[in-house]
Design a protein around this ligand. Structure first.
Ligand code: HEM
Length: 397
């Protein structure tokens, strides 16, 4: 028994010896290649002309070199062939090198990772990471909260006070409030806006409330389709926005009664609506703040993201800044137009009719736009501006 165990151990030691002898001959090398008295490791064999590397070779501890971290790639290659850490450290620091990307197509061809920046709301890091932090830590949570708060406020107002009713009985006499051209300009703009708003909300927030319901694959297809819709509806919105701006500009200049309207909050709380012109001061604020100011920012940043501005070099930082500007302006615009859409649908009786048919009843005009009604009555503004009205809409002053 003892003899056979002893024989087995001997055989095992022998086999190990043989194995280690074999390994060193193929360059794989045992864990520790015997260091020559000179301390120089035997040269690793070449295979097919390729210089092998003896990874088990203990080299003088290169990292003990005080300048290890400052070594260039070339220096590192001498002490640790294949270790490209210096190159990646440079890439991570945003240093521009050369890459095989055609410069014509990729303005930042040699720059794999952007240099360090600090956007408001991010820590100092590579620009791409800084943008991601701003998007995920600020734009999404705060933008989303703003929209939810506005929807909630509108719901509380609607269920608390109900829609603004026309108190007096309709006279049956109609006044043309919007011509067919004004209505088509408005609705093409409104439809493009709603398409952009819904696709934008799904792209930005869909992963929180749609993806868990329909799953990643379907959500992937949905957001892909909506992204394309968004890219095409953008230019349509831009053109119709300019037409809406020019079309309604004349009636949106400050006029008598506007300040009083603002001071009383348009009677939204008291219920006593102050007199106003064709458009009240609240509508004028939406016009200048929403249609003009935010519209300009949303469209121009959207054109950058759609790469529609000729002559602009579309680098990553350009897109990141355009995205952050676009996100902030669109959230504010959606919040503003949620109020407009509420008043233009269920929030005020008769308003929707005006933009749908073009006509409002005299009573509606007198109660909501008294100065405009008086001007129509006085003949200062024609009660019918477009071609003769269809029979159902006979205007009698
Ligand atoms: C579904 C979406 C929308 C609905 C239901 C809607 C509804 C209305 C209604 C009913 C009016 C007439 C208000 C009045 O008689 O004083 C109106 C006016 C107007 N809307 Fe909209 N709207 C929508 C979207 C938009 C969008 C997206 C824009 C522009 C970006 C816009 C710009 C205007 C302008 C400029 C006026 C004329 C009032 C003024 O110039 O101050 N609307 N809308």
């Amino acid at each position: 028994m003892l003899r056979s165990i002893f024989a087995t151990v001997l055989i095992a030691i022998g086999l190990c010896g043989v194995a280690s002898a074999q390994d060193s001959s193929t360059g794989a090398g045992p864990a520790v290649a015997p260091v020559q008295p000179s301390g120089v490791a035997p040269a690793a064999p070449t295979l097919g002309g390729v210089q092998g590397v003896n990874i088990f070779e203990v080299k003088p501890d290169a990292s003990s070199d005080p300048d290890y971290a400052k070594q260039t790639n070339a220096e590192r290659a001498k002490v640790q062939p294949g270790n490209n850490a210096p190159m990646w450290r440079q890439i991570a620091a945003g240093v521009t090198g050369t890459s095989s990307l055609p410069k014509s197509e990729a303005p930042e061809a040699g720059n794999l990772i952007q240099p360090f920046v600090q956007y408001p709301g991010s820590r100092l890091t590579n620009a791409g990471e800084a943008w991601r932090q701003v998007r995920n830590n600020w734009l999404i949570p705060y933008g989303g909260s703003l929209l939810l708060i506005v929807v909630l406020a509108i719901a509380i107002y609607y269920f608390g006070k109900g829609s603004i009713k026309t108190r007096g009985a309709p006279t049956g006499r109609k006044i043309e409030r919007f011509t067919p051209f004004e209505r088509s300009a408005h609705w093409s703009n409104a439809i493009a806006f709603v398409a952009l708003a819904i696709s934008g909300v799904v792209i930005a927030f869909g992963k929180f409330f749609i993806e868990p319901v329909i799953g990643a694959t379907l959500f992937g297809w949905l957001s892909y389709a909506l992204k394309n819709l968004h890219n095409f509806a953008g230019p349509l919105f831009a053109v119709s926005l300019v037409i809406v701006f020019i079309t309604f500009l004349r009636s949106n200049w400050p006029q008598k009664g506007d300040l009083h309207w603002l001071r009383t909050g348009g009677g939204l709380v008291t219920g006593a609506e102050p007199p106003s012109n064709r458009f009240n001061a609240g509508e004028k604020l939406v016009f200048w703040g929403g249609v003009f100011f935010l519209g300009l920012i949303v469209v121009s940043s959207g054109f950058v993201l759609d790469r529609l501005l000729p002559g602009l070099v579309y680098e990553r930082s350009t897109m990141q800044i355009a995205h952050m500007v676009h996100a902030v302006a669109t959230m504010l615009m959606m919040a503003m137009f949620l109020g407009h859409i509420y008043l233009g649908t269920i929030g005020m009786q008769g308003a929707y009719q005006g933009m749908k048919t073009g006509y409002v009843d005299e009573t509606w005009a007198r109660e909501h736009h008294a100065y405009w009604y008086e001007d129509v009555k006085a003949g200062a503004i024609p009660a019918q501006r477009s071609d003769p009205a269809p029979p159902s809409q006979t205007v009698r002053v």
